[in-house]
Design a protein around this ligand. Structure first.
Ligand code: IVH
Length: 694
């Protein structure tokens, strides 16, 4: 075995990469394979062995680094009995209406429309002869696909034999293979754990999972099928598309639950609008709605162009994944010193907003995604989820792209970056006290809703205080006065007098001193200590000095405070300047203790999780949370199956949709009062009753 990177090894490695890449190109792009399957496999094995032995060799353009590595290239070609057509698209209502007008005119009779979802998956063609599944093929170019019969047979939910006594002699069933959203997450986690490349999106995962050489691997993947049409057939002549679906379902094939036949274009529009709202509540991605003329006689009359039928159209939703240029990778310094790379992007409209940057989390993530500066990259922004760089479009590289490396020094203060612990993936700026970038972030956090919730203490004020050197650290925050603020032009009017924002800031800081103890603790920016842990610590120890003096054991027994948090708290208080911050705040009159919260034993909402969304009349977010926490509930930020209730105020958005989709009980403000005063059972009854009245 080789164990060092000699020139000879390097040359062989480069040869292998080039040969395999070339073979893949010949196979996929030119459709003219140059290698036998066995020869291809041999090269691939040699490459994998070399990379396992010498990981430092692995290059960005190695075929093992591409999504879909492990896919087999050697599936035999197979012709479809009837061509698999594509669909024409409508991107707006005008185009949809133009299609409908023409179809109705050419039909010459009133038409009914069948609406269904356009599943973002992988098209397949299943051939059933006398009811037996004899072949499964990918779409390929529409005429010829890859024969993936053994793989298709392993997919759960695809019958090998059609149910019933009277199957037709022949039927080609067309459908979409997809990777369910939840399973996709789990697959990528498993791939990551096994050191394999993750898949960019569920569609790639579906494609990669179906095209496995070892069909047993396909069988272990959570693939699913939904059928949406038929091709060649003898002995099966449905009068309507909807009849076909009923029959396919009766044969045991997986049809969608979500199709609907309607009489008018307005109802088509309603269907389109409904799923535009609910596209994230589904088990699979969709990129639009497919509208088909239901009557097969009319379908035949309208016919098809060389590409697509005239009797169907895909209404496409605005894309949630688009390509754009990765202009640069820069780094942010966070409030605990963590240095996070982010992508600077050519601004692009995606998922309803213009995106110009996206976090890349850490340097490993940049390597894992395999992006180079100058790459065309795929960006995803779905619903209100933050934008994400999925990966590069390698086919569009032209050799000008460059590898990014993490800076060695803090971009703000120049201190050498280092992980805080050896195994940590994150690099941090160790100059925690004086690094201006960190200090700005900490001061912003003191002012934030999770911290002291101080109006007017945001980015601009924090930057003025730090960069005009009004403060050396946050210890001096509560002893600011007019004289000190006058040192920054930000707080001065043109005539040199103090501006009103200076006075407001001082007032707000003065008021903040008396706020709840947990806010003091949160505002110290101790790693892992957010409002929940801070509340737990505050209510257990009732004073900052008691927490500072608590042992690991004393802290880690507190609910919501585990070993990690306890350790972070200990480490934080072990630093001299940290303790000085606390002393200075105490000297300036900031609350350092609280009356013990009476222990009333188990609380009525213990173990329950509640989400509050939208605006309530009589509660702010904070007072609503406080009221819930006081009776034992956890207040969560997102809705899941485990959520006990969602409290819904005015202008609630996607969280309400999610609650409805998951069947989580929802409460309006009156229902929220019921929950607070009469408990969970009464609130559940209230939710039930209001659902029935709705
Ligand atoms: S019908 C002759 N229905 O979208 C009609 N296609 O962009 C052909 N697709 O190649 C297709 N969901 O793979 C139809 N409900 C649906 C679909 C659907 C997804 C795919 C299909 C097709 C592609 C065209």
């Amino acid at each position: 075995m080789t164990s060092e990177v000699t020139d000879q090894v390097k040359t062989r490695y480069a040869e292998l990469v080039a040969q395999i890449n070339d073979a893949q190109h010949r196979y996929y792009v030119d459709d003219a394979p140059t290698l036998s399957d066995a020869a291809y496999d041999k090269l691939m094995h040699e490459l994998e062995a070399l990379e396992a032995e010498l990981p430092e060799l692995v290059s960005q353009d190695s075929p093992t680094q591409r999504v879909g590595a492990g896919q087999w290239l050697g599936f035999p070609s197979v012709d479809h009995a009837e061509r698999m057509l594509s669909l024409d698209n409508a991107f707006n209502d005008e185009q949809l209406a133009a299609w409908a007008t023409r179809a109705e005119r050419d039909a010459g009779v009133p038409v009914r429309y069948l609406c269904e979802l356009k599943i973002d998956g992988l098209a397949v063609n299943l051939t059933y002869e006398k009811g037996r599944l004899t072949r499964g093929a990918t779409r390929g170019d529409g005429r010829t696909g890859e024969d993936v019969t053994p793989n298709v047979r392993r997919i759960k939910g695809i019958p090998h034999q059609l149910a019933g006594d009277n199957p037709p002699d022949l039927v080609e069933v067309r459908g979409e293979i997809y990777f369910p959203a939840e399973a996709f997450k789990a697959l990528n986690e498993a791939q990551l754990e096994a050191g394999d490349r993750t898949y960019v999106n569920p569609r790639n995962a579906a494609s990669g999972s179906l095209r496995q050489k070892d069909a047993a691997v396909t069988g272990r993947r959570a693939l699913k099928l939904i059928v949406h049409g038929i091709g060649a057939r003898t002995g099966f002549e449905p009068g309507h598309q909807s009849d076909a679906y009923e029959q396919l379902k009766a044969w045991g094939l997986p049809t969608s639950e979500r199709w609907k036949v309607v009489d008018s274009l307005d109802e088509v529009r309603e269907f389109i609008a409904f799923y535009a709202e609910h596209r994230h509540d589904l088990e699979h991605d969709i990129d639009g709605v497919v509208v088909k003329i239901d009557d097969t006689a009319v379908q035949e009359k309208l016919g098809a162009t060389s590409r697509a039928p005239r009797w169907a159209i895909a209404y496409k939703y605005p894309p949630e994944e688009v390509n754009t240029k990765l202009l640069a990778i820069e780094v942010n310094v966070g409030r605990t010193g963590r240095v996070t790379p982010y992508a600077v992007l050519e601004p692009v409209y995606v998922g309803g907003v213009t995106v110009a940057s996206a976090t890349l989390h850490n340097q490993q993530e940049v390597v894992r995604k395999g992006v180079l500066i100058g790459d065309t990259v795929v960006i995803r922004r779905a619903g209100d989820v933050i934008p994400e760089v999925l990966g590069p479009v390698e086919a569009l590289r032209d050799g000008t792209q460059t590898v990014w490396t993490m800076p060695e020094a803090c971009p703000s203060c120049g201190t050498k970056l280092a992980p805080s612990k050896e195994a940590d993936v994150d690099l941090r700026c160790p100059n925690t006290r004086s690094c201006k970038a960190q200090l700005v972030e900490r001061i912003k956090y003191v002012g934030s809703r999770d911290g002291f919730d101080i109006e007017g203490m945001g980015e601009k004020v924090a930057r003025a205080l730090v960069f005009d050197e009004i403060l050396a650290d946050e210890g001096e925050l509560f002893s600011l006065d007019e004289k000190k603020l006058a040192g920054s032009p930000f707080f001065l009017k043109k005539n040199g007098e103090l501006s009103s924002n200076a006075g407001k800031l001082l007032n707000n800081l003065a008021e903040a001193r008396a706020k709840d103890l947990f806010r003091v603790l949160t505002s110290l920016s101790i790693r892992h200590v957010g409002p929940t842990a801070a509340r737990a610590l505050a209510n257990h120890f009732n004073s900052v000095p008691a927490i500072a003096g608590a042992s690991l054991e004393q802290m880690s027994v507190v609910e919501d405070v585990g070993g990690t948090i306890a350790e972070a708290v200990r480490e934080w208080f072990a630093v001299d300047w940290h303790r000085e911050v606390v002393d200075k705040w105490a000297a300036a009159g900031v609350r350092m203790e609280q009356e013990p919260v009476a222990d009333t034993g188990p609380k009525p909402l213990d173990g329950m999780s509640v989400v509050v969304t939208g605006t309530l009349q009589n509660y702010s977010r904070d007072t609503a949370s406080d009221a819930l926490v006081a009776i034992g509930a956890k207040v969560a930020g997102s809705v899941s199956k485990k959520t006990s209730f969602v409290v819904v105020g005015e202008d609630a958005g996607s969280k309400l949709d999610k609650a409805l989709a998951l069947g989580v009980p929802t409460l309006d403000e009156a229902g929220f009062e019921v929950l607070l005063t009469q408990g969970a059972e009464a609130a559940r009854a209230y939710a039930e009753a209001s659902r029935e009245n709705a």
